[in-house]
Every structure is written in structure tokens, then in C-alpha cells.
Design a protein around this ligand. Structure first.
Ligand code: NDP
Length: 293
């Protein structure tokens, strides 16, 4: 059984990013610049933004954080987006979700310049993804595909079962796996909370990709012997036996499932670190595309 080391692969990608930035700097091309908009004090969002700041600094990106209070109006937020759309020094930006209830997510996303939409939330970019013409890919599905590629796992002709159909993970991941492309060409089944015979369908998968947001729900009986299991879920659950009082786990019961897989991603250290580096790759692409205009 092979453990797919997302942490190590993300380190390799970061090295490649640093090399590219240094080579561009030598040619007089400035560093990529990523901005992030955050509203409110949500703990998980702040942790994510902190890691964006840390990773950007580590690879040599410029990074700007626009922190707004939870009472910011939709108009104020849209004018911040306008400002970033106009700023030639910013290549791409993200807006950390969830937004407070008084702000329309649809209005906000529609306002983003698709050329700077490195989270791939804008309908134009999402549509291009479905057409196989994507400029950017949503970071988590992108990271998952990169992980498979760099681990030498081919999905072509295989039965991939994607558990979960969210707009940011399950649905785009299923599209990428099924895409007529070197990395795709899989036969894909998408499962969700209304799927009948879930266990049987999962147990028929050559590659099982799990994004359901249910800690350790996927046990050994969901997994065929020799299957590849990609666990996208991430949870912090209370555990009084650890020093911190919690432990991190995925949607898959790792200890039980791992022995019967041919390859599996751990949590933490699997898909998680790939999401961040793929956001960096999208920003580099945005910088390159915007320079060409
Ligand atoms: P969502 O809650 O948006 O979607 C969950 C999906 O799973 C839905 O399609 C839902 O079905 C389905 N589902 C829920 N319960 C069941 C069940 N019992 N049986 C079958 N299907 C079920 O979650 P996300 O897609 O945003 O995230 C999924 C997981 O991935 C989470 O643990 C999240 O923390 C993690 N994540 C990790 C990232 C990373 O970088 N590693 C990044 C983003 C997310 P239905 O549509 O019918 O409701």
C-alpha cells in the first residue's frame, strides 16, 4: 500500500514556483501578486488567510489582505472588488467564504473580474471548466488531479466514484476526471446524500474520491481491495487523549481502510497542502495571462 504524500508533492511544486519566479525576476518580470478579501472574524477563515500569507511569503509572492468588519455593506465590499479589478499590480484575488447573510454571494461573485478569479467561482470560469477550456481550476479539485498525476496514478478507463457533489469540490472534480484529456478519461459516478446503495457503488470503484464532510464515515466495507482512495475531507474532532485536545481526520476511517488499498491519501498531509499550492499556480497563470493582454 502506497501512502500518497501530498505534503512532499506540495513542497516539490513550491520549489518549481520559486524557480519560475526567480527566472522571471531575472527577465525583469515582477513577482505574482495574490490578494484576499476576508469579512469578519471566523476562526477557520482566519486560519486559511494566515496560511495564504505564510505560503505566499515563503515562495516569494506579493500578498495583500483586505480585512473587513462583519458589518461591512455589500456596496463597500463591491467597491473593494472594483478596486482590485482595476489594480494592475494585483494578478488574482480570492474572497473567503462564507460571507455574512446580508451580503449576496451571487452579486459578489458576479462582480469579480473573471481574469482575476483564481478561485474559479465566476460563472464564466465555471462554464469554461465544463467546456474543457478552463483558464483556472478550482483549487481543491486541481490539487487532487495534480496529486494523482504526480503519484503516477492513471484514471483513464477506470471507474472513479466521487462522493459529494458540491460546486467547489465534488462536481468540478467529477468533470475533470471525466474530461477527454491526458489526466482524465475516467468513467465517473457521482454520489450524494440521496444515492441508493451507496456502499455497493463505492465498493465498485477503482478510485474512490471522498468529499462528504462526514468524519470517518467511509469504512473498509465501502472500499474494494486494491482501490485507490483519495480523502478530501478535513475535520478537527475533540480528543482528550491528545495534547491539543483534538485530532485531525478525514471522511475516511484511515486505519481500517488503508490496509486494503493500493494507495491512499492521509489526513492531514494529503489533499490539504495541494489546495494551497494550486491557488498559487492559478495566480501565476493569471499573472501570465494578464501580461499577455
Ligand atoms: P459540502 O457540505 O458542500 O458537500 C458535501 C457533499 O457530500 C454533498 O454533495 C452532500 O450531498 C454529500 N453528502 C453528505 N452526507 C452524505 C452521506 N451521508 N452520503 C452521501 N453523500 C453525502 O462539502 P464540501 O464539498 O465543501 O467539502 C467536503 C469535505 O471536503 C469537507 O470535509 C471539507 O472540510 C473538505 N474540504 C477540504 C478541502 C481541502 O483543501 N482539503 C477544501 C474544501 C473542502 P447533497 O448534495 O445531497 O447534500
Amino acid at each position: 500500500m502506497k501512502i500518497i504524500d501530498g505534503k512532499q508533492i506540495s513542497v516539490e511544486i513550491k520549489k518549481e514556483i520559486v524557480e519560475k519566479i526567480n527566472s522571471d525576476l531575472n527577465k525583469g518580470i515582477r513577482e505574482p501578486h495574490l490578494a484576499a478579501i476576508i469579512v469578519g472574524e471566523d476562526g477557520a477563515s482566519k486560519t486559511y488567510i494566515d496560511s495564504i500569507r505564510r505560503v505566499c511569503t515563503e515562495v516569494g509572492f506579493l500578498v495583500s489582505i483586505y480585512q473587513h468588519s462583519p458589518t461591512v455593506t455589500e456596496e463597500e465590499l463591491l467597491s473593494c472588488i472594483d478596486f482590485l479589478n482595476r489594480d494592475d499590480e494585483v494578478d488574482g484575488y480570492i474572497i473567503q467564504m462564507p460571507l455574512p447573510k446580508h451580503i449576496s454571494m451571487e452579486h459578489v461573485i458576479a462582480h469579480v473580474d473573471p481574469k482575476k478569479d483564481v478561485d474559479c467561482f465566476h460563472p464564466i470560469n465555471y462554464g469554461k471548466l465544463l467546456l474543457g477550456e478552463a483558464a483556472f481550476l478550482p483549487a481543491t479539485p486541481y490539487g487532487t488531479m495534480e496529486l494523482l498525476k504526480r503519484s503516477g496514478i492513471q484514471v483513464a478507463g477506470k471507474h472513479c466514484v466521487v462522493l459529494g457533489r458540491s460546486n467547489i469540490v465534488g462536481k468540478p472534480l467529477a468533470m475533470l476526471l471525466a474530461e477527454k484529456s491526458e489526466q482524465g478519461n475516467a468513467t465517473v459516478t457521482i454520489c450524494h446524500s440521496h444515492t441508493a446503495n451507496l456502499k455497493e457503488i463505492c465498493a465498485s470503484a477503482d478510485v474512490l474520491l471522498v468529499a462528504i464532510g462526514k468524519p470517518e464515515m467511509i469504512t473498509a466495507e465501502y472500499v474494494k481491495k486494491g482501490a485507490v482512495v483519495i480523502d478530501i475531507g478535513i475535520h478537527r474532532i475533540p480528543d482528550s487523549t491528545t495534547e491539543k485536545g483534538y485530532r485531525i481526520c478525514g471522511d475516511v476511517k484511515y486505519d481500517e481502510v488503508a490496509p486494503q488499498c493500493s494507495a491512499i491519501t492521509p489526513v492531514p498531509g494529503g489533499v490539504g497542502p495541494m489546495t494551497m499550492v494550486c491557488l498559487l499556480l492559478n495566480t501565476m497563470k493569471a499573472a501570465q495571462l494578464n501580461r499577455k493582454e
